[in-house]
Design a protein around this ligand. Structure first.
Ligand SMILES: *[C@@H]1O[C@H](CO)[C@@H](O)[C@H](O)[C@H]1NC(C)=O
Ligand SMILES: *[C@@H]1O[C@H](CO)[C@@H](O)[C@H](O)[C@H]1NC(C)=O
Ligand SMILES: *[C@@H]1O[C@H](CO)[C@@H](O)[C@H](O)[C@H]1NC(C)=O
Ligand SMILES: *[C@@H]1O[C@H](CO)[C@@H](O)[C@H](O)[C@H]1NC(C)=O
Ligand SMILES: *[C@@H]1O[C@H](CO)[C@@H](O)[C@H](O)[C@H]1NC(C)=O
Ligand SMILES: *[C@@H]1O[C@H](CO)[C@@H](O)[C@H](O)[C@H]1NC(C)=O
Length: 562
């Protein structure tokens, strides 16, 4: 009897807790926006973006209507990997400004009702971090902050302890002649991996989180979380036969010992607890894991609110059929744990821009899908104006992922093309900087493709994205039913219904020719609906009524009807 009462009490508490948490989850059915600080806005004319630049442009983000901006790393860094190599987790790099600049950014964001999310790069530090030389000298407790292993001697020659490869090509191990050991770096040699089997190191990283929540940060985005911890046996990873890749390429190995280890999830949970015990609004955790569907889902259970869904980047492309889209989206939606939210990543600083992946005619399509489906949408700066990649020559390439691949292969691996400066207007350097020379060249299309040219037009990429961001907050997106329908060979329909009274339908023409379909029959929608928003180039005016029984969809057009 006692046991039973306790159980009932426990269940009540649990469900109330869940409800309370949900009410606090300010990110539900909103768009989150990634700012790549080097390329967003240069406030001091040195050609590199900075915090004061971002602060000066927060009105743009408020106008767009996003809930939170997530800043890629702004911490002290020698910039071997443009800020993903951190020399001090609790300070701002002078390229970006100061802690005071950061406080001003947060304060202004609060007045504009914008949340601020920081990138948390827990998996390695820079070799310029004060911990690293202390680790080299074996000073306690720093001796264990990094992953050190003895050399393997082969016929009298010193070799790395195993065959693990860096994400940037070549061995993941670098010899340190002072400590007479190799250290592990899954990225650049200047980014030694931190050792999460050291409890002192774990506590250091929790203090980093406390430092930033005390400064008003509303959450974190965790970089490359699957690689947080490695198997402690340090065995060789199996080779994948016939990849056609050079032996130095990490794509030649099955990453069974360097990724997705069980302990990773426990560490995530400990960070969730730190954030939950902080003051103020509930904190969001977004996690970056390029992994399987089931392992992606697992992150929800350990405190991630947004385990990034990269399907529009790594599973679907401009060759995919409407049926491919339906199959992959349905499978994902059906896997979301009870009470959790799906999410849809449109673009990021590591992937070619949506308008380049799908073609300029289809630049609005992925943001439209992300808006109409339930859950969080994630935009990358520039997506809202339809920016596209700028191809770069070998001489212009600065990304280590490109440089390390060499002149023959750099453009397969370089992430520079999607990182060029934000195109604000048609003045010098697209209004990004007063300096005509910027850290990466501006895309030459900025004279016509820029925010100023689009701002007041409801049929521009910007006008469309602004409507999509507003649509996301409509109750039909949160609570309506969802149905994906393939109509004929070339059309995908996504229908959202709330009660009997309201319907929203997104129709996408995958063909590069106009199509006329009876959408009312295929999708079971009213015959007369009005256009909420239509993709750039479709020449369909918002607000007009259409006869869905004979709906004309121009080539590659997407349209949302209500
Ligand atoms: C990091 O920066 C902080 C300022 O926020 C400073 O107090 C601290 O000493 C620095 N830590 C290291 C390890 O350099
Ligand atoms: C070591 O040297 C011997 C004799 O030269 C050679 O047969 C063998 O293949 C070498 N082993 C490795 C792993 O290189
Ligand atoms: C950091 O990220 C890289 C790339 O995903 C990964 O291989 C590595 O294991 C990570 N480092 C640590 C210490 O987890
Ligand atoms: C929460 O705020 C109170 C009052 O400002 C402060 O004393 C306390 O240390 C804060 N707690 C955390 C975890 O930040
Ligand atoms: C489709 O994608 C491929 C590979 O990303 C690209 O080369 C091609 O230009 C794209 N097609 C269009 C119409 O943009
Ligand atoms: C990369 O450059 C090579 C030669 O410079 C070219 O053949 C290839 O099409 C380029 N690939 C991409 C993805 O731009």
């Amino acid at each position: 009897m006692l046991r039973r009462t306790l159980l009932v009490l426990f269940l009540c508490t649990l469900s109330e807790y869940t409800l309370a948490q949900n009410a606090d989850e300010w990110w539900r059915d909103t768009f989150v926006y990634q700012v790549y600080p080097r390329s967003f806005k240069d406030g001091n004319g040195d050609g590199v973006g900075d915090l004061n630049g971002i602060t000066s442009k927060l009105e743009h983000l408020a106008d767009l209507g996003i809930s939170a901006l997530w800043l890629s790393p702004i911490y002290t860094s020698p910039m071997v990997d443009f800020g993903y190599d951190i020399a001090n987790f609790t300070n701002i790099d002078s390229i970006f400004g100061t802690l005071d600049d950061f406080s001003r950014l947060v304060a202004k964001a609060k007045t504009l009702k914008l949340k601020v999310v920081l990138d948390f790069v827990p998996n390695h530090s820079s070799d310029k971090h004060a911990w690293f030389p202390k680790s080299v000298q074996k000073i306690k407790p720093y001796d264990e902050y990094y992953i050190w292993k003895d050399a393997k001697m082969v016929n009298g020659t010193r070799k790395p302890p195993n065959n693990w490869l860096s994400a940037f090509q070549g061995s993941a191990w670098t010899w340190n002649d002072q400590r007479k050991q190799y250290y592990l770096h899954q990225f650049a040699a200047g980014q030694p991996d931190l050792n999460y089997r050291s409890t002192a190191l774990q506590e250091e990283m929790k203090n980093v989180l406390r430092f930033w929540t005390n400064r008003g940060v509303d959450g974190i985005r965790i970089d490359t979380i699957p690689n947080l911890i490695e198997d402690s046996r340090f065995l060789d990873e199996p080779k994948i036969p016939n990849t056609g890749l050079p032996d130095t390429d990490p794509g030649t190995l099955q990453h069974i010992y360097t990724a997705d280890q069980d302990e990773t999830y426990d560490i995530l949970k400990s960070w969730r607890q730190v954030l939950d015990s902080s003051n103020g609004t509930r904190k969001i955790i977004l996690t970056e894991a390029w992994t399987s569907l089931s392992l992606t889902m697992k992150y929800y259970n350990y405190g991630s609110n947004v385990p990034f869904n990269f399907m529009f980047i790594n599973q679907l492309n401009n060759q995919s059929s409407p049926l491919d889209f339906k199959r992959i989206i349905d499978r994902y939606l059906n896997s979301i744990p009870q009470g959790q939210q799906p999410n849809w990543v449109v673009g990021n600083h590591d992937s070619h821009r949506a308008g380049s992946r799908y073609g300029e005619q289809r630049a609005d399509q992925i943001p439209m899908i992300a808006a109409v489906l339930p859950g969080v949408g994630v935009l990358y700066n520039g997506d809202e104006i339809g920016m596209i990649d700028r191809p770069l020559s070998w001489a212009e390439t600065v990304d280590p992922a490109g440089c390390n691949a060499g002149p023959g292969r750099y453009n397969v691996t370089s992430r520079d093309p999607e990182r060029t400066p934000f195109q604000w207007d048609s003045t010098t350097s697209a209004g990004f900087s007063t300096n005509p020379k910027t850290w990466l060249p501006v895309h030459p299309n900025y004279k016509t493709l820029n925010l100023a040219a689009q701002k007041s037009s409801p049929t521009s990429h910007y006008g469309i994205t602004k409507q999509l961001v507003a649509l996301k907050k409509d109750p039909i997106i949160r609570t309506g039913s969802t149905q994906l329908i393939v109509a004929g060979e070339n059309v995908l329909g996504i229908v959202r219904r709330l009660d009997q009274s309201r319907t929203i339908a997104l129709l996408i023409n995958f063909a590069n020719k106009p199509i006329t379909i009876d959408a009312s029959a295929w999708l079971n929608i009213p015959t007369s609906m009005s256009v909420l928003v239509a993709s750039v180039g479709s020449k369909i005016a918002p607000g007009i009524r259409v006869n869905t029984a004979a709906l004309n969809l121009p080539a590659a057009a997407s349209v949302i009807l209500k």
